[in-house]
Write a protein that binds this ligand. Structure first.
Ligand code: UD1
Ligand code: CA
Length: 434
């Protein structure tokens, strides 16, 4: 693909008031990444000149996008004097002869879905789709098979509102069209905004060639509300999980599981129903059982769950993690932790067994401390390991022990439970005999 054929401009300066949120619309996330991330990712696949127009919360939009991409240009819209999608284009300068303009609230766009805009020589190619419910979109007025204009919903007459052919919000312009018509836009409309969509009527007047391109909502849906966000999330999730299954992951009831963009699976993996796997997680040759949550962790040759929680920076290898076990910022290699444990800030080595109900007490109220457990250690059920603590290889910790000492040496037994007392007939004295 020839990336210097086309420039791409992404309009991301709007506030997005219909989202009812203090966060800029384009920063709301879909499958773990901001909406704008998804659209830039598709754009840089086909263009070497990508400009993002920003204004509302411009610093955080810029900062977040710079953390993902190194070669995009930012232009700040003078949104006070020139509000609207046309105003957003005023200070944009592009390199290439063809310019694709995308709304920043279309996270479902893929590089493939944009190909249709690249191979026509019309002056303007504009995206349209037909919707049963066109609510919110600009209506495309077509007469004698020719596009005449786009009317925004708020400016539309009762008849125009009935039109179900709508502007999807992607346009390919030749550079000269942008240079000529953007400065001519006015804000004589219901929203007192400069509409990019008004370019169509002006170009039509001048007899330029405007060619409509029918696109699919699955790729070109605009996100205006949190309801739209949820609909787009489902589409994105289906894509992510379909790709994973195609590449060999077994998923049981995949529609019940959430997997973020960027999670990597290798080898033979099974993900049972109802799991949530997020962030920079890598899973290799492992079985993730029902209801498990994994965040920013690495899991290799292991089985985890059901109902386990791996919090960020957990490294699990050749290990069995059973139900109701929470692990955080810990490395477990060749370990069995089968039931009801909290393992935080720990390093646990091969052959070690963590009994039911074992807790690493890693936090003293001010600082977090490390627990280091060597090879072939047997930690009995219901023990508390008060960090900082080192348990050397071949140690036995008796059930119900509170280990306070800084170090338990190899070969030792640690036991803290008091001697058992039994009091004869206490039960009957207390409750009486029935
Ligand atoms: C826009 C189109 C509408 C189309 C719809 C498709 C216009 C006037 N209307 O409407 O015809 O059916 O998209 O989804 O273009 N933005 C800026 N600066 C601004 C205002 C908006 O950069 O001053 C950006 C927003 O961040 C957003 C994009 O432009 O990413 C579209 O803005 P939005 O307000 O969502 O436009 P719609 O009303 O959906
Ligand atoms: Ca929109």
């Amino acid at each position: 693909m020839n990336k210097d054929k086309i420039s791409i401009v992404i309009l991301a300066a709007g506030q997005g008031s219909r989202m009812k949120s203090t966060k800029a619309k384009v920063l709301h996330s879909i499958s773990g990444k901001p909406m704008l991330y998804h659209i830039i990712k598709s754009s840089v696949e086909i263009s070497d000149d990508v400009t993002v127009v920003i204004a509302h919360q411009k610093e955080s939009v810029k900062e977040q996008m710079n953390s993902y991409f190194s070669n995009i240009t930012f232009v700040v819209q003078d949104a006070k004097n020139f509000p609207g999608t046309g105003g957003a284009m005023r200070d944009v300068r592009v390199k290439n002869e063809k310019v694709l303009v995308l709304n920043g609230d279309m996270p479902l766009i893929t590089a493939d879905s944009l190909k249709g805009f690249l191979d026509s020589d019309a002056d303007i190619i504009m995206s349209i789709f037909n919707l049963v419910n066109p609510d919110g979109y600009g209506r495309v007025i077509i007469e004698n098979t020719q596009v005449q204009k786009i009317v925004e919903q708020k400016d539309a007459s009762a008849d125009e509102l009935k039109v179900t052919t709508v502007n999807a919000g992607v346009y390919a312009f030749s550079k000269s069209v942008i240079e000529k018509y953007i400065p001519l836009l006015n804000n004589d409309n219901a929203q007192k905004e400069y509409y990019l969509t008004d370019v169509i009527a002006m170009a039509k007047e001048d007899r330029l060639r405007i060619s409509p391109l029918l696109v699919e909502e699955e790729y070109f849906k605009g996100i205006n509300s949190k309801l739209d966000l949820a609909v787009a999330e489902e589409i994105m999730q289906n894509r992510i999980k379909s790709e994973l299954m195609k590449s060999g992951v077994i998923m049981q009831l995949p529609q019940t599981t959430y997997i973020e963009d960027g999670v990597i699976f290798e080898g033979e993996c099974i993900v049972e129903n109802g799991c949530r796997i997020t962030g920079k997680t890598l899973i290799v040759n492992s079985h993730i059982k029902a209801g498990t949550v994994i965040e920013d962790s690495i899991v290799k040759n292991s089985d985890v769950g059901p109902l386990a929680h791996l919090r960020p920076a957990s490294f699990i290898e050749d290990t069995h993690i059973g139900n109701f076990v929470e692990v955080k910022k810990s490395s477990l290699k060749g370990v069995k932790a089968g039931h009801l444990s909290y393992i935080g800030d720990a390093q646990i080595d091969e052959g070690t067994n963590i009994g039911a109900g074992v807790i690493t007490c890693n936090y003293d109220g001010i600082n977090k401390h490390k627990t280091i457990i060597g090879k072939n250690v047997f930690v009995g059920s219901d023990s508390q390991l008060i960090a900082p603590i080192t348990i050397e290889d071949d140690v036995m910790v008796a059930a119900g022990t509170t280990v306070r000492s800084g170090k338990i040496e190899s070969g030792h037994l640690a036991v803290s439970s008091a001697k058992l007392r039994t009091i004869k007939d206490f039960y009957y004295k207390f409750f009486g005999k029935k």
